[in-house]
Design a protein around this ligand. Structure first.
Ligand code: 13P
Length: 309
């Protein structure tokens, strides 16, 4: 099917089936353009919790679909490609994490949203990169905390809150890859540019950044700032919105260590295509299903997050 026809069919099916299409900022531009809402992990969860659509199509990765299903268990939740996983969620296998938690009685478990439903079920409060500082600041100062799975975000939160959270040793394969050497060369080429970075990046990238924040915070900052050039250290899908909202500004993606192309893309996020979105709306599959008992345990720390956000 041609692109124009695909878009028409997606629009027809969305309205006939009362479906809402939610897309993360790391989706390809054409997926962001067709979505009803484009946002960061927190916004996706908030929309999923309050939508009155019958079907939620989550254009993102698997844990985002799971979070939507946990929050809206009576809605049909679809994702265009079931293989769209997350290296960070994969870096925290539930059986190993459970032993880690059991080995540290008395600790409060704070988990990044980039986790499986099973890991969320072992968690006291979920956070995203937008609300992690705000939520952790609300916990008593002497509370012993396990933070998982992203050690870079955990290190960053420890540094800005003065906490000493015990960190799980996980990471996102995209954010781990940014090259400090290439970033420093870009700063020489664009001396006026601001460096903006996602807290999933390694400390060596964050210490040279002028601004650190979630995808939504980076986008807000780029729009507000008087700078005209930005060197961007996160998945390059975010450039689509940055450029659309700031046509007079220049955005340069930081390259990874081992790539000849100038960008850094999440291969899982990019599994979702217009064609798969059309098929998923037409056939109502692949569908995210969650065991009701698991859902009952996993929903509590997510609702706690939404309350504390
Ligand atoms: P935010 O959506 O919170 O910026 O985090 C990015 C991410 O890790 C998506 O997988």
């Amino acid at each position: 099917m041609e692109r124009k026809q695909l878009i028409e069919e997606i629009n027809r099916l969305r309205s006939e089936k009362n479906a809402v299409i939610l897309a993360h900022y790391y989706q390809m531009g054409e997926m962001q353009d067709i979505a009803d809402h484009v946002g960061d992990s927190l916004a996706l969860a908030q929309w999923a919790a309050k939508t009155d659509a019958d079907i939620i199509v989550l254009c993102g990765v698997h844990f985002m679909g799971e979070t939507a299903k946990i929050l809206s268990p009576y809605k049909k939740v679809l994702i265009p490609d079931m293989e769209a996983g997350c290296s960070l969620a994969d870096s925290c296998p539930v059986n190993v994490f459970e032993k880690f938690v059991q080995a540290h009685p008395g600790y409060t478990v704070v988990s990044y949203v980039n986790t499986t439903a099973a890991v969320k079920a072992l968690t006291d409060v979920v956070v995203t990169s937008t609300n992690s500082k705000k939520i952790i600041d609300q916990l008593p100062k002497d509370e012993k905390i396990i933070f998982g799975p992203d050690r870079n975000l955990g290190d960053y939160i420890n540094s800005v809150t003065g906490r000493n959270m015990l960190l799980w040793d996980g990471a996102c394969h995209v954010h781990e890859q940014f090259s400090l050497e290439k970033l420093l060369k870009l700063k020489e080429v664009y001396p006026q540019a601001e460096v903006i970075a996602h807290p999933e990046c390694k400390t060596q990238i964050l210490i040279v950044a002028d601004f650190v924040g979630s995808t939504q915070a980076m986008l807000n900052h780029a729009t507000k700032s008087s700078a005209k050039e930005f060197i961007v250290a996160t998945e390059s899908g975010i450039l689509h919105q940055m450029e659309a909202q700031n046509p007079d500004k220049i955005f340069i993606p930081v390259p990874p260590n081992d790539s000849s192309c100038g960008c850094n893309e999440c291969n899982f996020m990019r599994l979702n295509t217009l064609e798969k979105l059309y098929l998923c709306l037409r056939d109502e599959t692949p569908e995210i299903l969650i065991d009701p008992q698991l859902r009952e345990r996993a929903v509590k720390p997510i609702l706690r997050m939404l309350e504390m956000s």
